[in-house]
Design a protein around this ligand. Structure first.
Ligand SMILES: Cc1ncc(COP(=O)(O)O)c(C=O)c1O
Length: 488
């Protein structure tokens, strides 16, 4: 992976920093002109399409020129369930879970636990899936806790995060969580205040190690000094003293350095500092240490091949943890990982219908029926996506097109430029790697209705979420139809 220097505009701010695969530049009207591809452009196109195919779930096949995922015909699903439509491939979810388990088993000689970061995407079916994988679920609000508790057949153990937990969040966490990760001293005081005479769930303290990992965007870095997350050494020490004085069950230390990274080297120092804190606050031999989540995924064929989970991530961080414990005379902890994206992103595929093909200036737009409202990531972070057509997916590209949604915002662009075969109105396209931080960050902008979400398994389909209806929106918006309420 080579870092390229690039400039990115974000919220009116221009930052120049090293970029990694997944980083995109914004639309440049000169460079991104829509054009028929020259013969030389076409060279290697079929290889590019094959690489694009490798972004999809491993079960994906082309049969009779149609995209098949989880043994289901994607075109038939789109016709039957409508679009935008989100598909999750069960086999891909299971594969990601097994890869984590195997790698941790191979790298870590003591106890370990994986927690699925529900913020990536959570519903009762996924909470159930996580519990069956032996994973805990990380929840960031009372509502996420409620969703996790609705797991259909097996309740996961729940770990609760949050930088400013509301009274409702705290009460839900105190009722249902196995672990609360305490972000700050005020929160700790509130916990003590809410649990007089009762023993709360295990508490871990969130450490701000003063290091973040290089990610595709500054907005996804969390561990750096001045970040809104966690406590520095002195604050954390103070929190530990408070726990001791109030007989609170302090059991662990947690940090999370950032999300969508492939360079684990900043972990070395962060781990060393966390282990030395564990010694300083006297966590003892039975302690828990979470190094958070954040391992990256490839969103675009140019970023392939994907770095290796075991050799590029888990092997280094587990050996640094062992080294830090040995050097400081600290017992090996129960090691916790908190992956979200790398468990679910590749399993998810978003299907859109092309409603309008339109030329504007020198661009050729494919205008589809979803975008910013179900996937704000390109607008938020400039993430670069790829796609295939659902029928004739491997047909030779002939044109560069831009793909945008229907919403009243020029930033509602899913793909700035991509070579595709000629696409007609009414056809479907499939965006791979759509399983994380898309639906969980979705909105009702312009009255957009949240898409239906299907779980695909060996030719069968489970509706994980039905499509939202206008009645769903109106039910909530009409809450005050009784007119003005007298207060007091
Ligand atoms: C505390 C914490 N843990 C875990 C995660 C999961 O990160 P990812 O989905 O990138 O693995 C996040 C994401 O931001 C997080 O904030």
């Amino acid at each position: 992976m080579t870092a390229i220097q690039s400039a990115v505009f974000y919220a009116g701010r221009r930052t120049s920093q090293p970029t990694y695969p997944g980083w995109t530049r914004l639309y440049n009207p000169i460079m991104d002109s829509a054009s028929a591809l020259s013969l030389s452009d076409r060279t290697g196109n079929s290889e590019t399409l094959q690489r694009r195919l490798a972004l999809f779930p491993r079960s994906t096949q082309i049969q009779d020129d149609r995209l098949i995922i989880g043994d289901c015909d994607v075109h038939a699903l789109a016709e039957r369930f409508g679009t935008p439509l989100y598909l999750y491939d069960r086999a891909e979810l299971d594969h990601a879970a097994a890869t984590y388990r195997q790698a941790l088993r191979a790298c870590w000689p003591a106890r370990w636990q994986i927690t699925y970061a529900g913020k990536a995407y959570l519903n009762p079916t996924l909470a159930d899936w996580a519990a069956h994988q032996g994973f805990w679920v990380d929840c960031s609000s009372a509502a996420e806790i409620e969703i996790a508790l609705h797991a259909e057949s097996k309740r996961p153990r729940i770990l609760v995060h949050g930088v400013n937990k509301s009274p409702d969040d705290l009460d839900a966490a105190l009722r249902a969580a196995a672990v609360i990760v305490v972000d700050n001293l005020s929160e700790l005081r509130r916990i003590a205040h809410r649990t007089p005479g009762r023993i709360p769930p295990d508490l871990w303290l969130r450490f701000q190690p003063g290091r973040s990992v290089p990610t595709h965007h500054a907005a996804t870095q969390t561990g750096q000094r001045g970040s809104k997350f966690g406590m520095d050494e002195e604050q954390l020490f103070e929190a530990a003293v408070f726990c001791r004085e109030h007989h609170l069950p302090l059991r662990g230390i947690h940090f999370h350095l950032g999300s969508q990274f492939w360079d684990a080297s900043p972990f070395r120092e962060a781990i060393y500092r966390a282990v030395s804190l564990a010694r300083r606050i006297g966590l003892g031999d039975d302690w828990h240490f979470s190094v958070g989540g954040g391992w990256g995924v490839c969103y675009h064929e140019d970023e392939l091949p994907e770095p290796d989970l075991e050799s590029d991530y888990l092997r280094p961080i587990t050996s640094w943890t062992q080294e830090a414990c040995r050097q400081q005379g600290v017992a090996l902890p129960c090691l916790h990982l908190e992956p979200g994206r790398s468990l679910v992103a590749r399993a998810g595929v978003a299907i859109y219908r092309v409603g309008t093909v339109k030329r504007s200036g020198n661009r050729l737009w494919l205008l589809v029926d979803g975008g910013l409202a179900d996937n704000p990531r390109p607008a938020l972070y400039g993430v670069r996506y790829s796609c295939l057509t659902v029928t004739r997916p491997l047909a030779e590209p002939t044109e560069n097109v831009a793909i945008a949604g229907p919403y009243c915002e020029s930033g509602d662009v899913l793909i700035e430029t991509i070579p595709l075969r000629r696409v007609e109105e009414g056809e479907y396209i499939a965006l791979p790697v759509s399983g994380a931080y898309q639906l969980s960050m979705a909105s009702n902008y312009n009255g957009a209705l949240r898409p239906a979400v299907l779980l695909l398994e060996k030719g069968a389909v489970q509706v994980m979420e039905r499509r939202e209806t206008p009645a769903d929106l109106i039910r909530r918006q009409g809450a005050n139809q009784g007119g003005l309420l007298p207060l007091g």
